[in-house]
Design a protein around this ligand. Structure first.
Ligand code: MN
Length: 315
């Protein structure tokens, strides 16, 4: 999204997944997206900068509001990633420098592939339900795809699985023999799991992938452990499946994929491989080059934070 509250210094990101069957839970932290919107950030973590190709996980809401824009993220640039906007409630209007418009709603995915360069804005539309609850996720693009031309896609009618115990909305990648039609560039899974009360849900996993669960609401049991909301529960690799249980209705998000295997650097809204690339992208944005303008947005665009040009060795 924008205004990544992290230090302005680029950070080299570890890509080594942890094998093993122990579930390790990491608390999320609050971040300010501007305009009064606080989000809960589950990724990146110092210990796990990536889960598969997923490199960023923000959860916002549930919010109720009237006579204001709950979300108003002014035009800002992206490189080297896909933005995945997935809502549980409410709506978000996307506009970008390609001239594309898309209204994200529950069950309908906004997917923007930044590739070499794109700019977008995301805001609560003038006509809205007065509610907002959802996710902003980023998928890092592999080296062979990250310079591709930008694109935007809005998807309806994504795969819904009924494994018993609830429903699974598969918004990205593959799960249990199903495949999302959303365009992806690495082996991955992104799915919303909605549980009934007193549910037991079994899901097969690819044992060569790493996975994580983020609980959105309710408590979910996994292998005798209660997984609490607001944390990222890292499952590692070498799991061929999970059995999740609930007492009350609950909701979680499963992310995962083949270990990414490429060192990446995240700074502000950029995913790159070197400090030099980040610096060039920042300068191009500040000089109104490369990214284009989001003409449909009424208002000023975001200014890049200052860049501390200390190159970090990637490993
Ligand atoms: Mn964004």
């Amino acid at each position: 999204m924008s205004k990544l509250a992290a230090s302005p210094e680029p950070k080299s990101l570890e890509t080594q997944p942890t094998p093993g069957s122990k579930v390790v839970s990491y608390p999320a932290r609050d971040a300010d997206l501007g305009g009064g919107l606080t989000v809960v950030r589950a990724l990146p973590l110092r210990q796990h900068r990536l889960v598969g190709p997923w490199c960023f996980f923000d959860h916002y809401g549930p919010l109720s509001f009237s006579n204001r824009k709950a979300m108003d993220v002014a035009p800002h640039p992206h490189i080297g990633l896909q933005t995945v906007s997935w809502l549980f409630d409410g709506e978000i209007l996307h506009n970008d420098s390609l001239g594309c418009t898309g209204m994200a709603r529950p069950g309908e995915l906004n997917l923007m592939t930044a590739g070499h360069a794109v700019a977008h804005a995301e805001e609560t539309p003038a006509r809205n339900s007065g509610k907002l609850h959802g996710l902003q996720l980023w998928v890092a693009l592999p080296d062979r795809e990250r310079q591709r031309a930008a694109s935007f896609d809005h998807y309806k009618d994504l795969s819904v699985l009924e494994p018993g115990g609830g429903r699974v909305h598969l918004f990205m990648g593959e799960l249990a023999g199903q495949r999302s039609k959303a365009r992806a560039f690495s082996p991955l899974v992104g799915a919303e799991l909605k549980f009934e009360a007193n549910a037991k849900m079994r899901l097969p996993l690819n044992p060569t992938w790493e996975h994580a669960l983020v609980i959105i609401n309710g408590e979910i049991g996994l292998e005798g452990k209660q997984l609490i909301p607001g944390a990222l529960h890292y499952l590692g690799t070498q799991r061929s499946g999970i059995e999740l249980s609930t007492k009350d209705p609950a909701r979680a998000v499963l992310i995962g994929g083949a270990p990414f295997g490429e060192p990446i650097i995240i700074w502000w809204n950029f995913v790159a491989r070197s400090a030099g690339e980040i610096q060039t992208a920042r300068e191009d944005w500040e000089q109104h080059r490369r990214f284009g303008e989001v003409k449909a947005y009424k208002g000023a665009r975001l200014t890049a934070p200052s860049f501390s040009a200390r190159p970090i060795a990637s490993h």
